[in-house]
Design a protein around this ligand. Structure first.
Ligand SMILES: [Zn+2]
Length: 302
């Protein structure tokens, strides 16, 4: 292909990935000139905040950098803390992790942060199920969200926040399936939807064990029933940059803030702090009035 043809070809793909600051335009040239940006959102995921590795101050530098993008608000894709879910995690450790989360996110207090639950956020090892720190309710409280799943509107966009952390992770439980079905049913045709989950609903990286939602086909079938809406999905969990386009729905898995959990990496890391080939980073999403979306991943150097 000649250069011009290649550019034309790239121009027809929707969704962009920017590595090292080099972006690829998300839509056709004609759209770019006509469409108007209505929202700019930061999507951070898998922060896995911890006291070690100087992670708190490195995370704060990332947040300061994100603020330079002039975003309207934040979506936080879960696994906010390193890990509360292992059997040996103490109450003191869980408290410490959430305290660091609150301290480090102080600098974005002026922004709305809409979070979802990650599999590592819940303390299942609490001595008693009645313990205030046990399970999902406590995480919901820490993150200041209305529930383990919920929805809200911004401009002409509808946001659906899912809880992937059920029985056969990641999956939706029966109660949430019923809710999601009614939720989509209630939306008029052409509604622009952003759906945030921790686990990818559909990822290309299927070689990653425990990567995708185990009920992907239920969700993709449901989305196909609602193909009169413009649905875009965001996720994290696998710490890999990955995107898929299936039946007109876009699935962006936006790497991770912590890369190799803030550590330097292992022999499979393509660079310092990388998880496999994906550098630590965050995504900036531009949402346009025509329902199109531009998703750019920005690796960070902290
Ligand atoms: Zn996870």
């Amino acid at each position: 292909m000649k250069r011009r043809e290649i550019l034309k070809h790239i121009g027809t793909t929707v969704g962009a990935v920017a590595l090292g600051g080099q972006g690829i335009a998300a839509s056709t040239a004609a759209q770019i000139t006509k469409r108007k940006r209505v929202l700019r959102i930061a999507h951070i995921t898998d922060v896995h905040i911890r006291p070690e590795e100087n992670a708190p101050s490195r995370f704060q530098k990332c947040l300061e950098e994100i603020k330079q993008h002039n975003v309207d608000f934040f979506l936080n894709g879960g696994d906010s803390i390193l890990a509360a879910d292992y059997n040996n995690i103490t109450r003191e450790r869980v408290n410490e992790l959430w305290q660091i989360w609150h301290e480090t996110t102080q600098c974005i207090n002026q922004f709305e942060v809409h979070s979802c639950l990650g599999n590592h956020d819940m303390w299942w090892a609490a001595p008693d199920k009645k313990d205030v720190m046990y399970g999902k309710d406590y995480v919901v409280k820490q993150l200041g969200i209305p529930g383990r799943y919920y929805s809200f509107n911004k401009k002409n966009w509808h946001f659906i926040i899912l809880d992937s952390n059920n029985g056969n992770a990641g999956s939706l439980d029966e109660e949430q399936r019923n809710w999601l079905e009614k939720e989509l049913e209630a939306l008029p045709a052409n509604t622009q939807v952003i759906c945030l989950s921790h686990y990818p609903i559909l990822a290309v990286c299927t070689h990653v064990v425990g990567g995708n939602h185990t009920d992907s086909s239920y969700i993709t079938n449901l989305f196909y029933k609602h193909r009169d809406k413009k649905i875009n999905c965001l996720s994290g969990h696998i710490h890999l940059l990955d995107n898929a386009d299936y039946n007109g729905v876009k699935y962006f898995c936006n790497g991770s803030m912590s890369g190799y959990w803030w550590g330097e990496g292992d022999k499979e890391s393509a660079g310092k702090y990388y998880y496999k080939e994906t550098p630590p980073g965050y995504a900036i999403l531009d949402l346009f009035d025509d329902g199109s979306i531009k998703n750019q991943y920005f690796p960070h150097s902290y």
